[in-house]
Ligand binder design. Structure first.
Ligand code: SF4
Ligand code: SF4
Length: 479
């Protein structure tokens, strides 16, 4: 592009994005900190969440990490309960409960998650930006090259640390510690995952920053659907603040003061709320998709109001209806439907969890011929027993064959060369088994039976199957 070429956004009638200048170049934001009461609470929560994130992979429940998302083995462990990819009903109910909870939380408290709990906000506003302010020095003063290098080196170091903690949720701290001590060539795949995660974290917090909230995160875009006019928002009280104007200086004269009192609102147009906004917007323009409800403008404006001896709360937690003078109403369609749905989903989830069997047993016929008549005259059936240990510990399994009423089956032998089998928590296996029986055990070539599998903790589960044999002469019945 030559020097006279006009950038595509140069003539845009209004700002396209708060992080873009009119000529399309990046507008780097340097929000001014506003250490008010909400900021102090957010900071305490942020450091608590960071501590939790780092500590949780080191917490073990029942010998397993409190949270382990083992994608390779498709096992997901949460506080002693291991879910498998085949736990579809449980996982579906869990996801439904999660989505409904997000809907309910947003309907009631707006984007409280974005401002208080989202890792993007927590790390950006309470780790990376404070470090940057400390290393760059005062606003408006150009930082030295040395300071900039130190800053990015520190950012990279934190990114490496965060990537390691993040990966430990997927592989566990023990595997991670082993990999860290060994050469990357011994575990190239996990090393590449680590490199990629580090690069993403570094690029996000060092370069992309608030644009993650503005253009990448879908949650903000759903805001208009999830919020209603009575949801909690961070809002500017236009009726009280407008018309805005600079405060009258002492000595301005009684007439000027009178005019100011009659004609001006409480907003003194100091722009403190804009200067502190981490997404670079002006809250006075109303509810915007870019507002992550971080409350920084509330703290900034409260400080100004207090200094001017005016009542704080010109920018406050409120609702769109309240700002228009309508009464606060908690009860509405979505605050009734969402809790009802949430209670139903969580109840179903608990019931499914309570009724989860300690093991899954599936009996299948082996591939090939349905039965074989041996030279001894006995009939043989080849079976496969699929077994999943759903407990949180190691178990040893045995199996017996029973009648459909659960009584022992005389004269029919279950041969299980793979049993007893030992499975660790969440492990699954397929065992091979044979049933040997006299023809008399079959009636019309068929015998319904059950395979009862039991573990060394006394749990047992039965699975039904049918034994097959020749339909010709010789069939009879056994007890
Ligand atoms: S407008 Fe206020 S609450 Fe919204 S993002 Fe900016 S500072 Fe945070
Ligand atoms: S901080 Fe308060 S007084 Fe200052 S411009 Fe914002 S709304 Fe107006």
């Amino acid at each position: 592009m030559n020097a006279t070429t006009t950038a595509p956004h140069a003539d845009a009638p209004e700002p396209v994005l708060s992080t873009l200048n009119k000529d399309g170049t990046r507008r780097w934001l340097q929000p001014r900190p506003s250490p008010g009461r909400f900021w102090k609470r957010r900071r305490a929560l942020a450091y608590g969440l960071i501590l939790l994130f780092v500590a949780l992979p080191h917490v073990f429940v029942g010998g397993k990490p409190a949270i382990l998302l083992d994608l390779a083995r498709r096992e997901f462990t949460f506080f002693g309960t291991t879910l498998l990819a085949t736990d579809t009903l449980f996982l579906m109910l869990f996801l439904v409960s999660l989505f409904v909870a997000v809907f309910l939380l947003t309907a009631l408290l707006g984007r409280v998650w974005c401002g208080w709990g989202c890792p993007q906000t927590v790390y950006m506003e309470f780790v990376f930006r404070p470090l940057e302010r400390w290393l760059d020095g005062p606003r408006g003063v150009r930082s030295t090259a040395g300071r900039t290098v130190v800053k990015y080196a520190l950012f990279l170091l934190i990114a490496v640390g965060l990537a390691h903690v993040f990966l430990s949720y997927f592989v566990g701290v023990d595997a991670l510690a082993r990999w860290v001590r060994r050469s990357p060539f011994e575990h190239p795949a996990s090393f590449l995952v680590m490199l990629g995660t580090t690069a993403l974290v570094f690029a996000d917090f060092a370069w992309f920053r608030e644009q993650t909230c503005l253009v990448a995160c879908p949650y903000g875009r759903f805001q208009s659907v999830l919020l209603d006019r009575r949801s909690l928002i961070v809002g500017y009280d236009r009726a009280r603040g407008e018309p805005r104007g600079k405060p009258i200086k002492p000595g301005g004269g009684v007439a000027a003061l009178d005019t100011a009192l009659v004609s001006r609102g409480d907003c003194v147009d100091c722009s403190a709320c804009v200067a502190t906004c981490p997404t670079g917007i002006d809250i006075r323009e109303g509810l915007q998709m870019e507002c992550i409800h971080c409350t920084q403008c509330m703290d900034a404006c409260d400080a100004i109001m207090t200094r001017l001896d005016r009542t704080p709360g010109l920018i406050r937690y409120t609702s769109q209806d309240e700002l228009q003078g309508k009464p606060r109403r908690f009860l509405r369609v979505r605050t009734v439907i969402y809790p009802a749905l949430l209670v139903a989903a969580v109840t179903a989830l608990v019931l499914v969890a309570l009724n989860r069997k300690p093991m899954d047993v599936t009996v299948l016929r082996d591939r090939g011929a349905p039965f074989t008549v041996l030279s001894t005259g006995q009939v043989s059936n080849a079976l496969r027993i699929k077994l999943v240990n759903r407990t949180a510990g190691q178990r040893q399994y045995t199996a017996v064959l029973t009648n459909t009423d659960g009584q022992p089956l005389e004269g029919v032998e279950l041969v299980t060369p793979d049993l007893p089998a030992t499975l660790v928590a969440g492990q699954s296996t397929t065992l091979h088994a044979f049933v040997l029986m006299p023809r008399a055990a079959l009636e019309g070539g068929v015998r319904p039976v059950r395979v009862r599998v039991q573990d060394d903790a006394g749990n047992q589960v039965e699975a039904a199957t049918k034994l097959l044999g020749p339909t010709g002469a010789g069939g009879g019945s056994l007890p």
